[in-house]
Every structure is written in structure tokens, then in C-alpha cells.
Ligand binder design. Structure first.
Ligand code: B16
Ligand code: MG
Length: 222
């Protein structure tokens, strides 16, 4: 497969907002006296706001009304927005912007594939919104990762098939979404994590289009 398109997750791939989501959920869980640590948070990564809240409520065996869920989600989001208010271009994760600039120069399509409804404001805040050919985010999705909808929509925006695209993901739900959609799934994170991905890197420092193509080719020859 020759790489023609790249679909980037946002939180945890482009910028370290994955941790900011955790801090905001942790504060809400503490208030509700629900035990919640980074271990439980791992399975929340990539899930929509509502799916994340419902996971946390299940951890505490709590059942609440739909109105209460809306109130709790709003509270978490306000806290999250307060935290991300401080982020800027310096918070882009290592290698991301360099890789995106190279991809653009070489005519490779770039699309966002994020579950977050805050994605566009974050991209504008860190100054890379204009590097994207397309955006799929929490505002245009009916199904949350691990459903492949987010990446299928992204590949369609780029005018490509899934088999021509790489997905960059830091979350198990996102890797599953990429695999079930028929994409090449590149896992980003600590060594030993995201074992179901086709290939893994710790971060995007020094990752180039050539290196990505080598990862794809070596997976295919295995
Ligand atoms: P929001 P991604 C996801 O973004 C996050 O990983 C997840 O933790 C968050 O709950 C979800 O977005 C919804 O975010 O509350 O801002 O709409 O990783 O798919 O870019
Ligand atoms: Mg993510």
C-alpha cells in the first residue's frame, strides 16, 4: 500500500490534552466519590463525552437521570476548558507539525479524526488548523470510537479508501476503530502499549513519510 492519506487523532497524538481530560474527569469522579485513577482512565481515551461519563458512573454503580448526566458533562467540560485555556503552539507534541508540513508538501491528504467537540478550538489555539484538508470531530459523529465512523468519514473527505490511509492513534478504542475500518493503525505511546496496532512508535519525533512507508511495507511483508 502506498500512503495517500493520514488521519490524525487529536487528544494524545497532536497535543497532550488526553491528560487534561483525565484531570477534569478525576475531579468530577472525586466529587461523586467514585474511585477513578489513570488505570481506569486508559479505557476512556477516545470515547465521547457521554460514553466516558457513563463508564465513570458504572465504576461507582451510580445511576442518574439524563438531565443530571447533561449537568455533569457540562461541569466536566467547563473544567476541561479552564485547563486548556492555557495551551498554545508550544504544546504541540514533538514532531507533529514537522510531519504534517512534510505530508502537505508531498501532496498527502491530512484529516482530523477526533471524538472531541472541542477539537476545532484546540487546533486553532495551537495554530495548526490550516494544515488540515478535513476535520471530523465529535460534532459530526453519531457513533463514538471504537466504531470506525470517524475514520471512514475522514477518508471520504480526502477522496480515498481506508486501505490508502494511515490512522495515528493513542487510544485502544481508536486502534480498534482503525482496524475495523480497514485502515493501517499506527499506535502512539509508551513501549508495550497498543499491542493491536499494526505498528507502534513512542511519539512522532523524527517520523517522516519515508519512515511511515517503511513501517507499512514491513507489516505487509510479514
Ligand atoms: P470532548 P480524541 C477524545 O478525543 C478524547 O480522547 C476523550 O478523552 C474525550 O472524552 C473525547 O475526545 C470527547 O471530548 O469532551 O472535548 O468533546 O482522542 O478522539 O481526539
Ligand atoms: Mg486520543
Amino acid at each position: 500500500m502506498k500512503i495517500s492519506g493520514c488521519l490524525f487523532d487529536l487528544d494524545g497524538v497532536i497535543v497532550d490534552t488526553a491528560n487534561h481530560h483525565y484531570v477534569a474527569w478525576k475531579s468530577l469522579a472525586d466529587e461523586l466519590a467514585i474511585p477513578f485513577t489513570e488505570v481506569e482512565n486508559e479505557s476512556l481515551k477516545g470515547l465521547s463525552r457521554l460514553d466516558s461519563l457513563e463508564c465513570i458512573l458504572r465504576l461507582g454503580n451510580l445511576e442518574v437521570s439524563s438531565n443530571k448526566k447533561i449537568e455533569l458533562m457540562e461541569k466536566k467540560n467547563q473544567l476541561y476548558l479552564q485547563i486548556v485555556d492555557a495551551i498554545g503552539p508550544d504544546d504541540i507534541l514533538p514532531g507533529v507539525k514537522e510531519l504534517m508540513l512534510e505530508l502537505r508538501n508531498k501532496g498527502i491528504g491530512i484529516c482530523l479524526g477526533s471524538s472531541s467537540k472541542n477539537a476545532i478550538s484546540i487546533l486553532k489555539r495551537i495554530g495548526i488548523f490550516d494544515l488540515f484538508d478535513g476535520i471530523v470531530d465529535g460534532r459530526n459523529l453519531t457513533l463514538s470510537k471504537p466504531d470506525p465512523e470517524v475514520f471512514i468519514k475522514g477518508s471520504k473527505i480526502l477522496g480515498l479508501t481506508p486501505s490508502e490511509c494511515i490512522v495515528f492513534e493513542d487510544a485502544e478504542s481508536g486502534i480498534e476503530a482503525a482496524l475495523s475500518g480497514g485502515f493501517f493503525a499506527l499506535g502512539i505511546g509508551a513501549e508495550g502499549s497498543l499491542k493491536r496496532a499494526h505498528a507502534n512508535v513512542q511519539d512522532l519525533s523524527d517520523v517522516t513519510l519515508e519512515k511511515l512507508q517503511v513501517l507499512v511495507d514491513s507489516h505487509e511483508s510479514n
